[in-house]
Design a protein around this ligand. Sequence first.
Ligand SMILES: Cc1cc2nc3c(=O)[nH]c(=O)nc-3n(C[C@H](O)[C@H](O)[C@H](O)COP(=O)(O)O)c2cc1C
Length: 188
Amino acid sequence: MTTQPIFIPVILGTPRQGRMSEPVAKFVVEQVAKRDGVETELIDIRNIPLPTSDEGESIKDPKFSETMMRADALIIVVPEYNHGYPGLLKHLLDTNLKEYIHKAVGICGVSAGPFGGTRVIQSLLPVMRELGLVNIFWDGNFSNVHNIFDQSGKLLDEAYIRRLDKFLQELVWMAKVLRYGRENIASE
Ligand SMILES: Cc1cc2nc3c(=O)[nH]c(=O)nc-3n(C[C@H](O)[C@H](O)[C@H](O)COP(=O)(O)O)c2cc1C
């Protein structure tokens, strides 16, 4: 297997002003960056120029596609909006396909309410599968998010470090397994 670090970018999946998903995504990036042999970067959906006059691969952003191509796994930080995902996130994800295939994905749900985005996570799982991504069996659940981070984005509940560690351990393992597979096992 190639020895270069496993690359796991984190997508911040909402452009909303005042979004609490932002401190969550920054916290996740910080925790990923602490792991040996793993690189990460934050992809803020606000910074990707996507037209709304078309859909799919014809409106690819070259930089985003290049990042997806390089990725071994993805983390999606997604807020729950009316029990679903933000439309702009789907608009972005739909712009690529071959870039995602046989790569791992982990989802962190964010909600103002008590369920930690479990409903938005459930609704994203079949989308991940159709994109060729491989879901892990751990999620990040950031419930009552206003109690987890203060206004400046400081983490108030240290228990999230341990919880996220379990999620990342599994994601990195799956990313390594899939990289091995992509490099060594023919798919047809
Ligand atoms: C359009 C919209 C719909 C929402 N629907 C839900 C919901 O169904 N369940 C929930 O727990 N919170 C809901 N919320 C609150 C968000 O979960 C809350 O804003 C949280 O901080 C995560 O989203 P944010 O990153 O935009 O802040 C909704 C917020 C918006 C803007």
